[in-house]
Write a protein that binds this ligand. Structure first.
Ligand code: HEM
Length: 187
């Protein structure tokens, strides 16, 4: 895996997705109310994925295991911490998807499915409190957006790596020479 500055990636992705300290606090505060629905959201997530012809073949023979890892990740959205270690672990999860050749749009599609389930729960929980509802939607949108940016970074880096390998093969240049030239160029 490429060398990544996870601290920089964390602050970049948080600021892009609007994951503020207040929203992080709110995710943990609403956690006990939201988390009972996570097993149901996980079931709905995989039911939908198995109905998508492009996605189903990736799930064969590993569905039960995937449900467990997926559910653990969902819980982590409401327990935190959303720190550099979280970024690092979600970057690795992104890389696992790259390794099995999952199309990149599955990441955004997957997040849309998760968001749909959580939106329903928040609407139901805070039906009499419009302000809380809006804040909770904002916080959930931010953590999902943050996570999506990090996971997609894995795909982007893998694609850059592939292009570089192709360039080295075509030109016959060694990786060391390329790195030296790149370092000199950056000065
Ligand atoms: C967008 C939200 C998604 C999240 C947060 C997520 C999360 C995860 C996690 C936590 C793992 C375990 C990684 C590990 O072993 O360390 C995993 C593996 C996997 N996910 Fe996802 N996933 C997402 C979307 C999808 C989608 C849409 C598919 C479509 C089929 C998918 C297919 C897989 C497969 C096949 C593996 C197992 C790879 C292997 O170990 O062989 N994921 N995912």
């Amino acid at each position: 895996m490429a060398q990544i500055d996870f601290e920089t990636l964390t602050s970049y992705a948080k600021s892009f997705a609007g994951l503020t300290p207040e929203r992080e606090k709110l995710l943990i505060e609403i956690g006990p109310a939201v988390t009972p629905c996570l097993p149901r959201i996980t079931e709905a997530f995989y039911a939908k994925l198995t109905s998508i012809p492009n996605a189903a073949p990736f799930l064969e023979s590993r569905l039960e295991l995937l449900k467990q890892t997926h559910l653990r990740w969902l819980y982590s959205l409401f327990t935190g911490p959303f720190d550099t270690a979280y970024t690092q672990s979600m970057y690795k999860v992104g890389h696992v998807h790259v390794k099995v050749n999952l199309p990149v749009e599955f990441m955004a599609g997957g997040m849309a499915l998760i968001a749909e389930g959580l939106i329903g729960k928040v609407e139901n929980l805070y039906q009499n409190d419009a302000e809380k509802r809006l804040e909770a939607h904002g916080a959930i949108n931010a953590i999902l957006g943050f996570t999506l940016i990090v996971m997609q970074q894995s795909f982007q880096n893998a694609s850059l790596h592939e292009e570089l390998q192709k360039f080295l093969k075509i030109t016959g240049m060694s990786r060391t020479l390329f790195d030296n030239l790149a370092a000199a160029f950056d000065k």
